[in-house]
Design a protein around this ligand. Structure first.
Ligand code: UGA
Length: 431
């Protein structure tokens, strides 16, 4: 299956969901892989064959690599000394003034300077501002090491699938030899390779994530209009989705968009471009998303006769989307904070978040029915299938008022209403 002439020794720095997926995916494609992370506990877990992330298919891929001995994990960066290509997959969190904190990226590159052999390539997968890869290339030039931008497009909870079935592989480089080295790593995937300069590759990543934020803000704004005028967002979505210029993806309204990437990357792009007209568009996208928190709190308040003080509210979902335990920048947490501030008493359940996780002002439980107990209203914030399958007549019996706010529009609203529930939706017409 593999062209053995293009088999490389690949290094990966960073064992988060991007790094671990890249490491196990590269091994799956036939390469020898060394994964390095400074977190010794995480590396020990990985070496035991235990996948530290809730990520479908990642565990088996990891174990396949450990078992055949061609994937190793270590905290010792000197193990990268014989690598042909090293991927940098470390976090790039928001820094001061919403710019990007590049300390982890710079630290990773510093490890490689003088360690990698001449002719090696550093491939930057971390999402970095335009200009970063060329700055890294300049700092490695004297050591005979090249730097290439190879942004990732992996969704959390679909990371392995996205790695193995990419829509496109972006390779930004200033020279053809190093671009080809990185492109060769992916040969077995038969995916389109988009070859460009480093600045375009870096910007393409931000442009993609920021566009997804704009799209999700737009659909949430349309859902708000639907609420106001009595239209149904599901019909509006169907019409928009049927137009190939728009497409069906990312058109589901929700409590707001979150996670560790979209909000961070939109803010970073905005911070890099404050004086351009793009800034007003990006700012509007973030503003609509921020306002969504107040819109959800108001919707919940309306179901409790205008007063949230002392009211028990049950929250279904804390993660920023279904399929993950990740609560980073989750709209559910912002909404919980808004409700707590208004004096509500909160109980929450999320299939991905254990009851031992501390969330300010929220009693996190490990049984969804506890969320309904004596609740003035139960609110769906994350689109887990499990919430659809709950016995809603039991939920209704446990709650005081049989009131539901479904911000993801995933429940069977007509069945609930037939069961005596008062249902508030996100821009749909319950019938
Ligand atoms: C996002 C991008 O989708 C990936 O392509 C990218 O590689 C990744 O960021 C990254 O930069 O690493 P992810 O953060 O896993 O992936 O989350 P998404 O699946 O994109 O969802 C983001 C947010 O949008 C979630 O809060 C989700 O609930 C919300 N969303 C999504 C909606 O509200 N409506 C939709 O129709 C779709």
């Amino acid at each position: 299956m593999f062209d053995t002439s293009s088999v490389q020794h690949v290094g990966v720095i960073g064992a988060g969901y991007v790094g671990l997926t890249t490491a196990t995916g590269m091994h799956h494609l036939g390469h020898r892989v060394t994964l390095v992370d400074i977190d010794s506990e995480r590396i020990a877990t990985i070496r035991r064959g235990v996948c530290p992330l809730r990520e479908p298919e990642l565990g088996p891929l990891l174990n396949a690599g450990l078992e055949d001995g061609r994937l190793s994990a270590t905290t010792d960066s000197s193990a990268l000394a014989t690598c042909d290509t090293v991927f940098v997959c470390v976090p790039t969190p928001t820094g001061a003034d919403d710019d990007v904190d590049l300390n982890a990226v710079d630290g990773a590159v510093a490890l490689l300077r003088g360690l990698l052999p001449r002719g090696a390539v550093v491939a930057v997968k971390s999402t970095v501002p335009v200009g970063t890869t060329s700055r890294i290339a300049a700092s490695l030039n004297d050591y005979g090491i090249a730097a290439v931008s190879n942004p990732e497009f992996l969704r959390e909870s679909h990371a392995v699938h996205d790695f193995l079935h990419p829509d496109r592989i972006v390779v930004g480089a200033s020279d053809d030899t190093s671009a080809q080295r990185v492109a060769d790593l992916y040969t077995a995937l038969h995916a389109p390779i988009l070859r460009m300069d480093t600045a375009s590759a870096e910007l393409a990543k931000y442009a993609s994530n920021a566009f997804l934020g704009v799209k999700a803000s737009y659909v949430n704004a349309m859902a708000e209009i639907c609420d106001d005028v009595g239209a149904d967002i599901r019909c509006v979505e169907d019409v928009m989705a049927a137009d190939p210029r728009i497409g069906p993806a990312f058109l589901r309204p929700g409590p707001g968009w979150g996670g560790s990437c979209l909000p961070k990357d939109t803010k970073a792009l905005l911070s890099s471009t404050r004086s351009t007209t793009a800034a007003s568009l990006l700012r509007a996208s973030l503003d609509v998303n921020a306002a969504q928190v107040g819109r959800v709190v108001d919707k919940i308040r309306a179901t409790t006769n205008g007063d949230l003080r002392g009211r028990r509210i049950g929250l279904l979902g804390l993660a920023f989307k279904a399929g993950t335990s990740d609560t980073r920048d989750s709209p559910a947490l912002a909404i919980a904070a808004g409700l707590a501030q208004a004096g509500a008493l909160l109980t929450a359940y999320d299939p991905g978040v254990t009851a031992t996780v501390a969330v300010d002002g929220v009693n996190v439980v490990d049984d969804p029915y506890l969320v309904a107990k004596d609740a003035a209203v139960v609110v769906v914030l994350t689109e887990w299938d499990e919430f659809r399958e709950l016995d809603w007549s039991v939920m209704g019996d446990l709650s005081r008022t049989r009131a539901v706010v479904d911000m993801r529009n995933i429940l069977d609203h007509s069945a609930l209403m037939a069961n005596g529930f008062h249902v508030a939706t996100n821009g749909t017409v319950p019938s």
